[in-house]
Design a binder for this molecule. Structure first.
Ligand code: CTP
Length: 397
């Protein structure tokens, strides 16, 4: 492919050196188009050496070959990484006073941006509106991730790692033609209008599964229980992902029952409450009305077991289990029993604890297959675990 990598003026520009390297190593022809500001972070000779092409920021060079539009016209893909808040605003407004601006207006190729900025700038209403505008035009927004930012701050705003960007833009389309449903996040069982019984699931793994499937070509329904706001807003911006929001286990069950008959693959990554309050108070419970020291619970239906039992021919069903075992053997033994009890094809088991598994962007998982064998182990970013799950699904279909 002919790929244009636009680099704009943020400290993450240094990471794009590796991005360009990975893309050229994968056999692509990369032209780097930095902004003037970007060159304050990484100099022109570096971009020329790494891409093996001349590099300029100006629309006034190479005029004979109408470079300001030719680059965009010839590109099969344009990646802007890092995309600063300023560049995102300029893209939204269609400003074209440098070579990157004209290239972006002249191209009909897919455009992918990897934002990088401080959390406050990312969350500012102006940036939110610009992102929505770009998203509406079909621009793919990768990340940002969470983590340490320049100056020691931490939060959403960090540019995705070059490997993650490459995995996203060059993903194999091996799930093309498949309809998949992924449930994600934690259910909330109301006690009264203001209180609920919930759990610590952030929805990150489920969102990563949905996004990975979409990038690999599947049509995706994401049945979303409570998911951390940023995870839902920013991780799942893909035209192939349809989001169905639900709250309680009963709502989740109804949504899954409605969607599942048309699906080729069902992945239950949601953390479902096993029990719900037997009675939900119409009004807010108050101490004046009487001290509350116990809540009677009734059991929720096992959704995934029901789906697996009633599944159409050829459908693959995947369940998740978060366990806090004493040792590795016990972890696997529990996983095997759970897979059989639920009647699912694959069970993805990960170890959790007070300080492991939840909310983190890293995860470690083992995938137990139809014969009880461990067919894959994956650890690292939730995206890597997601890809391992889809690989395992393909291996048993
Ligand atoms: N699950 C479900 N319906 C429920 C509870 C869980 O579909 N009412 C699904 C989860 O989405 C997950 C899998 O079942 O894919 C395993 O969840 P887990 O809570 O570990 O299973 P339990 O049967 O509740 O087992 P345990 O007693 O170990 O909690």
């Amino acid at each position: 492919m002919d790929i244009v990598v636009g680099v704009t003026g943020g400290i993450a520009a240094y990471k794009s050196v590796q991005l360009v390297r990975l893309l050229t190593k994968a056999g692509h022809d990369v032209t780097v188009v930095p902004t003037e500001d970007a060159l304050r972070f990484v100099g022109l000779p570096t971009w020329e050496a790494i891409s093996r092409h001349p590099v300029t920021t100006s629309v006034h060079e190479d005029v004979a070959r109408v470079r300001h539009v030719a680059l965009g016209q010839a590109a099969d893909l344009v990646i802007v990484a890092p995309a600063t808040a300023n560049t995102i605003a300029r893209m939204a407004a269609g400003i074209a006073d440098d070579l990157l601006g004209t290239t972006l207006l002249a191209t009909t190729a897919p455009v992918v941006i990897a934002p990088a900025m401080h959390t406050e700038m990312w969350q500012h209403p102006a940036t939110r509106a610009n992102i929505t505008t770009l998203h509406g035009r079909g621009v793919r927004i990768l990340g940002p991730g969470e983590g340490e930012l320049a100056g020691g701050d931490s939060g959403p705003g960090r540019m995705l790692e070059p490997e993650e960007i490459v995995a996203a833009v060059l993903a194999p389309r091996d799930l093309e033609g498949l309809r998949v449903i992924v449930s994600a996040g934690g259910t909330r069982e109301p006690i009264d209008p203001v209180r609920f019984i919930g759990n610590r699931s952030s929805g990150r793994q489920g969102a990563a599964l949905a996004l990975a499937a979409a990038e690999r070509g599947a049509d995706v329904v994401l049945v979303s229980c409570h998911i951390d706001g940023e995870v839902l807003q920013d991780a799942v911006r893909h035209p192939a992902v349809r989001i169905v929001p639900v709250g309680t286990a009963a709502e989740l069950g109804a949504a899954m029952d409605a969607e599942a008959p048309r699906a080729d693959v069902v992945v239950m990554a949601a953390a479902v409450a096993d029990y719900r309050p037997a009675e939900v108070s119409e009004g807010k419970l108050t101490k004046e009305a009487g001290v509350l020291t116990r809540i009677d619970l009734v059991e929720n239906a096992d959704i995934v077991a029901g789906l697996a039992a009633g599944r159409p021919d050829g459908q693959t069903v995947v369940a998740f289990a978060a366990e806090t075992p004493r040792d590795a053997e016990e972890l696997l033994a529990r996983a095997r029993r759970k897979r059989e009890r639920k009647g699912v094809d694959l069970l993805v088991v990960n170890e959790v604890g007070w300080d492991r598994g939840f909310e983190a962007s890293e995860n470690a998982a083992q995938i137990v297959g139809p014969g009880g064998e461990v067919i894959a182990r994956a650890s690292g970013a939730k995206r890597e675990v997601a890809d391992a799950v889809w690989d395992a699904v393909l291996s048993v279909r």
